[in-house]
Design a protein around this ligand. Structure first.
Ligand code: NAG
Ligand code: NAG
Ligand code: NAG
Ligand code: NAG
Ligand code: NAG
Ligand code: NAG
Ligand code: NAG
Ligand code: NAG
Length: 404
């Protein structure tokens, strides 16, 4: 080999190293400045919010860190309003490590969740989660996170079987609600209890029946994803049970897009944008088939997926892009909806689902008992667990620690 050539390569390498070093140092310095800025010392402390500190920090890329000192943030059996669908330890799960993980973003730390601070923020206000059972799980997590900070007798749960469940912190006159609307727009699955119908029908252009219950909320947290997961949807123009309704089978992505358009048009016209903060939870991944080879799901899993950037078959990037496009379009029209990108960080957590450790609403069949794999719940998440972290992310955005 030519010596000069080698020499030039060496110089090139040196220059490259210097550049990388410089970039690295700059990044480091930036980080230090953030940490030392007294007005915004949030990382460890409790000082109130300001937006600049986290700008530029992507809260959604990072890693899970084992932390059994600070996590779980509450105890399963101590949460007054825990759901039997999510109480995995109560229903026999013994490996409880899924409760002990902290999400560590790459470039900064998440602010510490302060229940009292959030209740103060919600004084005389309403926070509503609107969506499906995953969103309901996140709402339960939120209630559990706040529960301990509210003395007994000063909290109330109202659930009369309608689509709206209301948790009230009386002293604060704060309401944390969940509204069942699994497709956001109207559908024949809108009954909060009896919604498992063989033929799903969606009124992709109608949302008012739902929206009038939450339009005036101060903070709105939406999701919709899993209920769309089929090749086609039956879309109805006209109303249910009316003789002149028109039904059409529509490609799922197209109908998803239509529904989100209906949703965003509603927001644009009806929501007070100076008052209401809006969020959209990106899709929650399932681990019904997490391996490349079929026949394995979250059943008996106790370890996380370590492959960086892992994306399972339960995740549809095309749908995520439709959500992004809808939100971008709203932004162009002056309305801010922040996406909380929980998809990737939850992908790693194949051990975080209830699996067989939850209340079974119907008695198990002999076939199920002999093969638990077929009834394991690999969709929802145990509490305390992954949705607590979703709420920590939401918290960061509610207080404007993070912004885009
Ligand atoms: C937070 O504070 C503790 C104790 O003062 C310290 O050990 C830790 O390094 C701090 N963490 C950060 C991210 O500053
Ligand atoms: C939590 O927030 C409240 C109200 O803002 C504040 O008084 C308290 O010091 C905070 N607690 C911690 C541990 O930061
Ligand atoms: C969500 O976050 C992951 C991890 O940072 C990233 O790879 C992905 O592109 C993000 N998706 C969206 C829609 O922002
Ligand atoms: C946390 O985990 C470590 C290592 O597994 C263990 O030694 C320690 O006792 C645990 N601490 C608590 C508080 O459970
Ligand atoms: C909350 O409402 C009560 C009663 O209407 C009022 O007295 C109080 O000033 C309000 N507090 C805030 C922070 O808006
Ligand atoms: C349930 O409660 C809501 C208020 O949250 C009320 O509007 C509705 O009429 C009630 N429904 C029934 C069936 O009692
Ligand atoms: C449609 O009719 C059925 C049976 O008559 C009834 O149970 C159902 O509630 C009706 N649905 C709507 C949306 O009115
Ligand atoms: C929107 O909300 C702000 C803040 O609460 C309020 O001052 C304003 O009057 C509201 N605008 C409308 C049109 O209701």
């Amino acid at each position: 080999m030519d010596i000069r050539c080698t020499f030039q390569t060496l110089i090139a390498l040196l220059v490259a190293a210097l550049v990388v070093g410089a970039v690295y140092l700059t990044a480091e310095t930036g980080y230090d400045l953030v940490q030392e800025d007294d007005d915004h010392k949030l990382i460890n402390g409790s000082t109130s919010s300001s937006s600049s500190t986290y700008s530029g920090c992507d809260l959604f890329s990072g890693k899970w860190v084992y932390d059994n000192e600070s996590y779980p943030l509450y105890k399963e059996e101590e949460c007054t309003f825990m759901s039997d669908q999510l109480a995995c330890a109560k229903f026999g799960r013994h490996d409880l490590d899924y409760q002990h993980w902290r999400w560590q973003p790459n470039q900064c730390d998440l602010p510490r969740f302060n229940a009292t601070a959030l209740l103060e923020r919600l004084r005389n206000k309403t926070l509503v989660f609107v969506g499906d059972s995953l969103n309901r799980g996140q709402w339960v997590s939120m209630v559990c996170l706040l529960d301990k900070a509210i003395p007994p007798g000063l909290k109330h749960m109202h659930n009369n079987g309608s689509s709206l469940i209301t948790f009230t912190a009386k002293e604060y006159n704060a309401r944390i609600e969940f509204y069942w609307a699994p497709l956001l727009v109207e559908s024949n699955s809108d009954d909060p209890v009896n919604h498992k119908l063989p033929d799903r029908i969606v009124r992709a252009q109608s949302i008012e029946k739902h929206a009038r219950h939450w339009t005036n909320a101060d903070i709105l947290v939406f999701n919709t994803y899993l209920w769309w997961r089929r090749p086609q949807m039956n879309v109805l123009w006209g109303s249910f049970n009316s003789s002149d309704g028109i039904y059409k089978k529509v490609d799922m992505l197209r109908s998803y897009e239509m529904a989100l358009k209906t949703w965003s048009d509603w927001l644009e016209i009806h929501v007070n944008r100076t008052k209401t903060q809006m969020f959209f939870m990106s899709m929650s991944p399932t681990h019904e088939e997490w391996e490349k080879s079929a026949g394995q799901n979250c059943y008996t899993e106790t370890e996380q997926i370590l492959e960086e950037g892992y994306m399972g078959r339960g995740t549809d990037p095309k749908m995520m892009r439709i959500v992004e496009a809808t939100i971008d379009e709203l932004q162009n029209r002056g309305l801010n909806v922040q996406m909380i990108n929980i998809t990737q960080l939850s992908e790693y957590r194949k051990e975080g689902h209830p699996s067989i450790y939850r209340k079974q609403w119907e008695p198990l069949t002999q076939e199920q008992i002999s093969n638990p794999l077929i009834y394991a719940d690999c969709i929802h998440w145990c509490l305390p667990g992954v949705p607590d972290v979703w709420n920590e992310l939401l918290y960061a955005y509610i207080f404007n620690y993070a912004s885009n």
